[in-house]
Design a protein around this ligand. Structure first.
Ligand code: NAI
Length: 422
């Protein structure tokens, strides 16, 4: 049974307030590795840019996001935060964040109903600005009654990930959005680094820690060669694996091939893989016909936003025995072999790991913060649609990151500027 606690000052719902100390240590730790967010946070705190405003967040509840929430609070906002995936919530971080004055509604491992009840709790405070990761917060807003939506309309929101952006793009093809949304994912300082290097590293950290197995010399099948998949494939190769890529996009398949990876359909790759990692944003990428021809003891992991890429339901149907083999590994016995599903098919680097390195999230969350500022600065002037993060904001984040890393670059001379027409 969960132990809920209702703080006197806020009404957080977390698993156990006694975990708060550990959570606070984790949040304090990442702070040292997020200099860009800290710098922007200091500026925002000075001007109290969010004074009098409420910010609602649905984002993986772990240390880096907690630090973002605290930075927004320090800039004057009242912050209401929940997770964006029931298995990525870290209960100690949720408790730690709640103890630091943010209103938190997040418990690891809750069922879908409870997960959405926490999202609704965030919305019940009628936040002025939203931070979403995957689109569930926006969706829950869309499902409110028209009367409520007429009465309360946020100034706008920021979306963090590819899947959330794809959902918003689909919606805005049919009708205007409910309010302006900033496309954080497609800013170069986000997806070039977070999706590629963040996912590339953290997926393998999680798989190796969870399985305690050797990647070198094994065959890794990566489904999807987008930003995330290319990072996952690159890091697998770096560790000495034979890497096979599956794709549906001919351009991406060609890129994977020219990058030196074997490319083939999943129907063929299914026989060969020791590890399978899906990272497509699509559904049923690995399904019954693939399970049937996999090797004994193959590992199945998903790193895409939703737990729909590996058809876990079908895997259950064809299995004669299903049992927990280790933390975050479920063994499915089918046709005299066992297939090992990691983290129940939820995104493995967050559900069975700590997520991306803090230095990477430094840039993504600096963009989130700057995205919120953009919405405020342009309040009343924006249409109800998806907006790109302005180029100058992206460039500022890159420059701050380089500065923090002690890297200097050249500047154009007047003559070069003229030559390039800038
Ligand atoms: P992307 O759009 O750059 O790449 C997806 C690739 O998958 C595309 O090349 C597409 O052609 C391919 N694909 C689609 N359906 C396929 C199928 N059935 N079989 C094989 N390939 C298929 O997207 P990105 O940025 O790489 O994101 C992928 C997913 O990962 C999204 O759900 C995103 O939200 C999520 N994500 C997860 C992170 C994590 O920490 N685990 C971090 C960032 C994004």
């Amino acid at each position: 049974m969960y132990i809920y606690f209702l703080e006197v000052l806020n009404l957080s719902i977390v698993k156990d307030s006694l975990l708060a100390h550990n959570g606070r240590l984790k949040i304090k730790w990442v702070q040292d590795y997020m200099p860009v967010l800290t710098k922007i946070g200091d500026e925002f705190a000075k001007s109290q840019i969010f004074a009098g405003l409420k910010i609602g967040m649905s984002i993986h509840m772990e240390a880096k996001t907690a630090y973002l929430a605290l930075m927004l609070k320090g800039a004057g906002a009242e912050v209401y935060a929940t997770g964006c995936n029931p298995l990525s919530t870290q209960d100690d971080v949720a408790a730690g964040l709640a103890s630091m004055g943010v209103n938190v509604y997040a418990i690891r491992g809750v069922d879908n109903d409870e997960y959405f009840s926490h999202i609704k709790k965030v919305l019940s405070h009628e936040p002025d600005l939203l931070i979403d990761d995957g689109g569930d917060l926006y969706k829950a807003y869309s499902e409110l009654s028209p009367e409520i939506r007429e009465k309360w309309r946020p100034i706008g929101g920021c979306e963090e990930t590819t899947t959330g952006i794809n959902r918003l793009k689909m919606l805005q093809r049919e009708a205007p959005l409910h309010f302006p949304m900033m496309n954080v994912n497609d800013a170069p300082c986000k997806h070039f680094y977070d999706n590629v290097y963040g996912t590339g590293q953290s997926v393998w950290t999680a798989i190796m820690d969870t399985t305690n197995t050797l990647v070198a010399g094994k065959t890794v099948v990566v489904a999807g060669y987008g930003y995330c998949g290319s990072g996952v494939a690159m890091r697998a190769r770096g560790m000495g694996a034979r890497v096979i890529v599956t794709e549906i996009d001919p351009v991406k398949a060609l890129e994977a091939s020219l990058d030196g990876f074997e490319v083939m359909p999943m129907d063929d790759a299914a026989y060969l893989g020791d590890y399978f990692v899906t990272v497509t944003g699509c559904k049923n990428v690995i399904r019954r016909r693939h399970f049937n021809c996999m090797k004994d003891n193959a590992f199945l992991a998903n790193a895409g936003h939703f737990d729909v890429e590996i058809n876990v339901k079908e895997l259950g149907v064809i299995s004669s025995d299903i049992k927990a083999r280790r933390d975050n590994i479920t063994g499915y016995t089918t046709n005299n072999k066992t297939l090992n599903l990691l983290a129940s098919g939820r995104l493995v680097n967050l559900a069975a790991g700590q997520g991306h390195p803090a230095e990477i999230m430094d840039m993504s969350f600096a963009l989130q913060a700057m995205g919120l500022k953009y919405l405020l600065d342009h309040k009343g002037q924006l249409e109800d649609k998806l907006y790109e993060i302005p180029e100058e904001v992206n460039e500022r984040v890159a420059r701050l990151k380089l500065e923090a890393m002690g890297i200097k670059i050249d500047t154009l001379t007047e003559e070069q500027r003229e030559y390039l027409g800038r």
